[in-house]
Ligand binder design. Structure first.
Ligand code: NPG
Length: 376
């Protein structure tokens, strides 16, 4: 397909309730949506950046700059045979996986729409529903956390992940287990600990957790391998796995036994699929993480999570877990059995709610071939 036009939008969507991790409290989602127009179809993707370099080193402004000045000029006017090749075509730009993801996902959506097939099918998906988990942020008090978890379990979510940090960890898990002895439960530290905390973290082994996610530094593999030897609970890596090469190294080193794959973290769907395939060959389960995506990024996450080795419930919750109103129609809904349907329509299978999107867009730029040239 020939890329005729690319549009980028800086979108700010208020969260229903703040979301707190070990590194910050968020009240509003700042993100970038990307639309590609090619051969009469339109595809959408999301660069799930934040307003600051907290989870990742990218921000709204770095992604905007890299998209506008480098990535979009590489694609405009080009004949892209397959979206699967887009990541390699952007290879001259080092890093900036979130910026790349928005554009790459938009190309996948466009290609699937052009072929009239669901994106999940184009990617090689095998499921028509995915198991949905919920991620619960750090709360001001334990009763508040218990109340939140109770509400999500009543809705049907199939596994619960709670955010932890020093001072909000072992006691919290003990309380959760007292109340729900068998619920599939895991914790996510977002790099809040060091190897010196190994004995403290080992106290979590008692509670039958599915996994401990990203306990140590965001760029570490080696110390995680030392920690994994001291824990019975599997370590799952997230931030530490930006590329398939990191995934391979982590598995060779024994740094983790599970990998959380987020398309936004690894540069899009093709890279996510590579990590999925690598883990599948080695018998290592994966699941799809989330970055509080709007319905656009959520749709891509749902599609990739339909691949065969996404065997654990992920962080793909319903739209109403985070937002009063989503930017897509229909929004993603939780079935009573705790699953989310993989859309059956062409492409991402949901449509943009254009009126609503307009009201949450704070900046927009449209690029056509003649107006912008690559800064070399
Ligand atoms: O359900 O989309 C979701 C959120 C899942 O916990 C979640 N995301 O560290 O994985 C994370 C965390 C996150 C959210 C990180 C937003 C950065 C920004």
């Amino acid at each position: 397909m020939r890329v005729e036009q690319v549009e980028i939008r800086y979108v700010r969507l208020p969260l229903k309730r703040h979301f707190e991790t070990s590194f910050r409290r968020t009240r509003e989602r700042h993100t970038i949506l990307v639309a590609v127009r090619a051969d009469g179809v339109e595809g959408w993707g999301e660069s799930p950046v934040e307003d600051g370099p907290w989870f990742s080193s990218e921000t709204v402004e770095t992604a905007w700059h890299v998209l506008r000045d480098f990535l979009i000029p590489m694609m405009l006017g080009q004949e892209i045979a397959r979206a699967a090749d887009a990541f390699a075509r952007m290879g001259r730009v080092r890093g900036h996986p979130m910026a790349k993801t928005g554009l790459e996902e938009a190309l996948w959506d466009a290609e699937a729409r052009q072929q009239g097939v669901p994106l999940a099918r184009l990617l090689g998906g095998v499921r028509d529903r995915i198991e949905s988990g919920v991620s619960v942020g750090i709360q001001d008090s334990l009763p508040e956390l218990l109340e939140q978890v109770e509400g999500y379990l009543a809705q049907g979510y199939r596994r619960v992940k709670v955010k932890i940090k020093p001072g909000w960890d072992v006691d919290v898990v003990r309380e959760l287990r007292r109340r729900w002895p068998t619920v599939p439960l895991m914790v996510d530290a977002n790099s809040a600990y060091t190897l010196a905390d190994a004995d403290h973290l080992a106290a979590l082994d008692e509670w039958g957790l599915l996994m401990i996610e990203q306990p140590l530094a965001y760029d570490d593999l080696y110390e995680h391998s030392l920690l994994q030897r001291r824990l019975r609970t599997p370590i799952c890596l997230d931030e530490s796995i930006p590329t398939p090469a990191h995934a391979r190294a982590a598995l060779e080193l024994g740094s983790c036994r599970i990998i959380n794959i987020k398309p936004g973290r690894v540069g899009g769907l093709a890279q996510a699929r590579r990590i999925h395939d690598l883990c599948q060959e080695r018998g290592v389960p994966v699941w799809c993480g989330g970055l509080l995506e709007t319905g656009v990024g959520r749709a891509h996450n749902v599609a990739i999570a339909s691949l065969p080795n996404y065997t654990l419930p992920g962080d793909i919750s319903a739209s109403d877990r985070y937002y009063e109103r989503d930017v897509v129609v229909p929004p993603f809904r939780l079935n009573p059995d705790g699953t989310i349907d993989v859309p059956r329509g062409p492409g991402i299978g949901v449509e943009i709610d254009r009126d609503f999107l307009e009201t949450v867009t704070v900046r927009r730029e449209v690029f056509t071939q003649l107006q912008h040239t690559c800064h070399d």
